[in-house]
Design a protein around this ligand. Structure first.
Ligand code: ATP
Ligand code: MG
Length: 567
């Protein structure tokens, strides 16, 4: 399953992938009156993840590309698992990626009356029957792909009896599981889905939209194609696991459609990501058991999680474009997603100075009451964004890791008697240190060379290392949440045993004593992306309060994907 899909493989001639080529051919052939209407059909039983984004980028994107329309349809056919909380969140997340269904918001539950009528018609035509066997008995009669199934003893009951039982099922006269409505197709079919599939089951939980009006609910296979048909959908794009369902989709749709209009199903490979689980059931479990902080935990592959982590809509779209749509399953490398994020943020994120693990540096020859203002580039990738000022003073914070008392040969940061440049400021030389009783360095002493101020004549003297810094008197203390992969193995879904045992115990490290420059402290707004000089990309978290900024680490600066591709 592990393979890297390169863009060239996934995108064929004319920049169209295989689905877009099918759509184009249908439009050119004048099918469905030359209309294109797609749909995105989420079940409101969880939050959307990046796999869903791959699906709806295709649904909305192809409609956009060919001048068609895309519906949002909630597939709300199971009242036991669904919730309005999810409906609202799903709408928001689609909007966040920049797509809109305009006035085409639908619910599968809108079609319960038509679906019921169709079921009654099929019963009358001898194409459906009520089976009173238990689900175990029905399963036992299914047969195997190589041996035919066995007919139910209820298969040939009279139409009148079927009709009356189905009505009573819906009136609530029977318990859940007491009986089901099945299509009478072929218990010996090569396609297991044709072996008298279940059309309706009894559920007594009230539905969040239709209340207790219905006691029977249609199965996916009986609801989906018909809902497409009722809505005028022309291309029903879904994932590969529905390939074996396609003949049944066509079988039921044929009961309604004619030559002038008939929806068709096209399947593509799902998105699977390394070090990630994408099953809604597992994601729900992580949330319910408090193994993450919620659906929007920055380690989750949900759109909420990625957003809170600082991933941007354009980086997610760029990633989906790179992996493409194919007809074979693959496991995509999360490093490629990170590459897209890094590329986008490199272009757009404002550069600021933050010290995540501070130690104090004292410039002994710098006047105590002096402050200079250094101009710092907002984004060297885009000079039009200009600069902002950062105060410079006698006491500065630098990273503890940027100093070594006994450095190895190629250590170009600060050490006794060595020189470095302070970014955008002066060259300094280390003259000594002070340790506390535990032997930990408390202060580092240095002298600065006044003739080396960046940007001024004489500043061209070169030294090997450049450090970032933040002035002590004007710094604000902040919290940084540093994330690592949520799982320790590349493909958690392929492992035996409990997936929760594969969680990375060190996926969150909190640094509570980071020091940020005043310009940043003045503009803390949740969701804003920054590059912290030399450290990586960070985003302001919604947990920030006035005076206490909180940042999530989005991604480091080093691109492991670019390295991988060079190998
Ligand atoms: P389940 O049906 O088990 O609750 P689901 O992930 O299939 O979970 P749906 O709400 O039915 O959830 O999905 C809506 C659409 O998103 C479907 O068309 C489905 O094919 C697509 N989809 C879901 N997961 C992925 C994925 N990992 N990659 C691409 N498309 C996906
Ligand atoms: Mg589904």
């Amino acid at each position: 399953m592990k393979e890297i899909i390169k863009e060239e493989e996934a995108v064929a001639e004319g920049g169209l992938n295989f689905i877009e080529q099918e759509i184009k051919a249908d439009l050119e052939a004048g099918k469905n009156g030359g209309r294109l209407n797609t749909r995105f059909p989420p079940e409101p039983n969880g939050y959307l993840h990046i796999g869903h984004a791959k699906a709806f980028i295709m649904d909305f994107g192809s409609a956009e590309k060919f001048g068609g329309t895309c519906n949002l349809r909630f597939d709300d056919t199971n009242p036991q698992k669904e919730d309005t909380e999810y409906v609202e969140a799903i709408k928001e997340d689609i909007h966040w990626l920049g797509y809109d269904w305009e006035d085409r918001l639908y619910y599968a539950s809108d079609y319960f009356p038509q679906l019921y009528d169709l079921a009654v018609r099929l019963i009358k035509e001898g194409k459906a029957y009520v089976d009173e066997q238990t689900s175990e008995q029905i399963a036992a009669q299914k047969g195997t792909p190589t041996t035919p199934g066995t007919n139910s003893p209820y298969r040939d009951r009279p139409v009148e009896e079927n009709l009356s039982l189905f009505e009573k099922m819906n009136a609530g006269e029977f318990d859940e599981g007491a009986m089901v409505l099945r299509a009478k197709i072929d218990m010996a079919s090569d396609n297991m889905h044709f072996r008298d599939p279940i059309m309706y089951r009894i559920i007594k939980t009230p539905h969040w939209r239709t209340g207790d009006k219905w006691k029977v609910y249609p199965m996916y296979d009986f609801a989906h194609g018909q809902s497409d048909y009722f809505e005028g959908v022309t291309h029903s794009i879904c994932t590969l696991e529905f390939v074996p369902h396609r003949p049944l989709y066509e079988y039921f749709v044929k009961e309604l459609a004619d030559d002038s209009y008939c929806p068709r199903q096209i399947e593509f490979n799902r998105l699977n990501l390394t070090y990630t689980v994408m099953s809604k059931r597992k994601l729900l479990q992580l949330v319910k058991e408090g193994l993450v902080s919620g659906w929007d935990d920055p380690r989750m592959p949900t759109l909420r999680g990625l957003r809170r982590r600082g991933y941007t809509p354009s980086s997610i779209k760029d990633f989906v474009k790179r992996i493409g749509y194919t007809k074979y399953e693959a496991l995509n490398h999360i490093e490629l997603l990170e590459h897209s994020v890094r590329e986008d943020l490199n272009k757009t994120a404002t550069r600021v100075s933050v010290i995540q693990n501070p130690v104090k540096l004292v410039l002994t020859n710098y006047p105590e009451d002096k402050t200079e203002y250094m101009a710092m580039d907002n984004n060297p990738e885009n000079p039009a964004e200009g600069t902002h000022e950062m105060p410079f003073s006698r006491e500065l914070w630098i990273e503890r890791e940027d100093f070594m008392e006994n450095p190895p040969k190629k250590f170009f940061r600060l050490s006794p008697d060595k020189e470095v440049r302070l970014k955008g400021a002066y060259i300094i030389k280390c003259t000594g240190i002070k340790k506390n009783d535990e032997g930990e360095i408390e202060e580092i002493y240095a002298t600065y060379d006044p003739d080396t101020r960046s940007g001024l004549p004489g500043s061209d003297r070169k030294v090997k290392g450049t450090l970032h810094w933040v002035s002590v008197p004007t710094a604000t203390t902040a919290e940084i949440r540093d994330y690592d992969r949520l799982f320790t193995v590349e493909n958690p879904s392929a492992e035996e045993g409990d997936f929760r045992d594969l969680l990375n115990p060190d996926s969150l490290k909190i640094r509570s004593n980071a020091k940020i420059e005043p310009w940043l402290a003045e503009r803390i707004k949740a969701g804003d992306n920054y590059q912290f000089q030399r450290l990586g990309y960070y985003v302001v978290d919604k947990d920030s309060t006035p005076g206490h900024p909180v940042f999530n680490k989005t991604i480091g600066l080093k691109d492991s994907w670019a390295k991988e591709m060079k190998k």
